[in-house]
Design a protein around this ligand. Sequence first.
Ligand code: IFM
Length: 723
Amino acid sequence: MEKLWFLKRSGYDPRSVVSDGNRFLIANGYMGVRGTVEESGSDACPAVNLAGVYDRYGSRWREPVNAPNGLFVKVFVNGKPMALGEAEAVSHSLAISYRHGIFSRDTDFGAVSLSSRRIASMAQPHLLASNMQLRFDVDCQVTLCTGISADIWDINGPHLFEYRFETGDTLLCEAVTGEKKIPVAVAQCVRRDFDAVETCESGEGGVMRTLRFFAQKGAVFSLDAFAAVYTGLDTDTPASAAEALASAAREVGFDDCLKQNCAAWERIWESSAVDLEGNDEAALALHASQYYLNSIAPRHAGNLSIPARGLSGQTYKGAVFWDSEIFLFPMFVHTQPEVANSLLRYRIETLPGALKKAAEYGYRGAFYPWESQEGGEEGCTNFNVVDVFTHRPVRTYFRDKQIHISADIAYTMRQYYEITGDRSLLEEGGAEVMLQCARFYLSRATRHLDRDSVDFADVIGPDEYHERVTNNAFTNEMARHCMESALALEEIFADCPARLHSLIEKLDYGCDWKRLKEVAGRIRKPREKNGVIEQFDGYFALEDCSLDTVRSRVCDPREYWGGDHGVAGTTQIIKQADVIALMALLPQQYDTAAVAANWDYYEGRTEHGSSLSACMYALTACRIHRLDWAWELFLRSASIDIQGGGKQWAGEIYIGGTHPASNGGAWMIAVLGFAGLRVQKGRLELHPNLPEQITCLRFPVTIGGRRLHITVTHDGWTAEEAS
Ligand code: IFM
């Protein structure tokens, strides 16, 4: 049903331009194009955000590069700009087809109405294509400028230099990044069904083609634009590759490019679409979530991961966080294992960066970056928040102390094997990652002379508001799991022990292997009171006040709640799921009574200030049959990007964009929570917990190369093999 895959918003409100840029994003894994209108200048934050290409300008934060915008179009009627914000619009709407990743725009300026559609081709990752229909309501002289705009949005830029433009049938814009001199090339061609006097020129703002023509009242003209983007990371000749692709696309035409794009999207949905019956709003939100996640999967690469704000811009430095493993991986491993494989190959290939980071801090093994950029470079700086009162950068310790990142990666390596039954990833570097992560915890642990137990002191758990704590339950248990997973490699490689032994030898791991056995069992178990796990040593002694009390102490809506001076730091109010995240990740360790006790304690003390929080509470709520809560938290996770929700500011730093972790969380709640899917080495089980709002859930899963279609209702479930 079309309406379950389609979002439209009518009216123009300049205050929504930034959130609409996220909401109407189109992307294909290689690049993301923000949902801004064709004529937007950099003040509207347009962006063609490139996956995996980073740059640093001066001493500012490194961030991903935005390419010049090859789909720029601006129309003038009798010399007046027909542009949002410059001319009054009689009506205006933006829409997106989540099924096929098609952005559309309809604006009636009176004299002319502009209707356009745009795709980031899912069939050809380097290609953007658009069609604009212009309907004239008066006889008029028209000037239409279209081309490649270099007036692009950067948070910490500029990132492109040494611009070179070429005019002609195909327009070309070449530049290089500042730091690594990576060439970036964009080519643009058009196809039109009307006569015009055409001229081309280039200048600071880019390279433009100007079409001048006379339009009679009632005339309808059509303009296709094709833009191709390549960088020096894709080919040695990005400019000629871009030119060739843009002109080939013009030969094919917009309609056929669109068809190829739609067919590619249909293949994605065949393997992943979750259809929810009983509540259309929720069904749309779930499709939207899946769209935002599927559209940014690095299918073209095989060794890239996904940034925390996807391809919606440069927020969070375009970096890869634990979000990828813990929140995004589950949907992919169950539906498109090749994408899950890519996320983990990225970690295998960036192991050298993790070894280097550990060594820099004086540890052995692999300490993965908290905010990973290309090559495993740590993007997280020492100052990640700007204080709203003093305007000074605040020292945060995410980079140094959020050590659970390595365990999260090792956990996911093991999950990949457990779910797919495929050992090849472990053989091709995954086992080494697991061993090096375990080695890191060996070297990071603190042993006291007068006790047997081992502590992890001075860490930050998922709840980032309490910094530099000791024995964070999540960190300790995940570190233990990491060590036990390393030891489990013996069983995983039982049929070819020589393979593991030669790796152990290569890594000079003999002593560590013995120590793992000893230390894993000694890691301090979290303290408990009445069945409630203490989040870290001393947490229960903090002020136990309500969320409202903490809120009432906030003086500025943008102020940061964590760290030394934040309003939450001295209280038990936490930012996001921490103990509850642990219970969601290691369900076998906690019975339902333990989950219920901790859920009841922590939920009321959780701000859900991160979009990663709701899904962890929802998954555990399903386990303890709190389905009303699970439903409410599911809606929150699934609708975040439709609503334009989530925090937009951390202190004075903009953190808006799409929310892949929440998108992945929505899939997890629907499939792992409501349908209760578990896959162990290719064996599938379902333990449904359908809320009353859902009458039926249908979804495919791919296990061991077989695709199954699952249907879950209140009467039971069926699984059918796809033909
Ligand atoms: O990884 C998260 C973190 O847990 C909370 N702050 C935002 C990060 C990126 O999503």
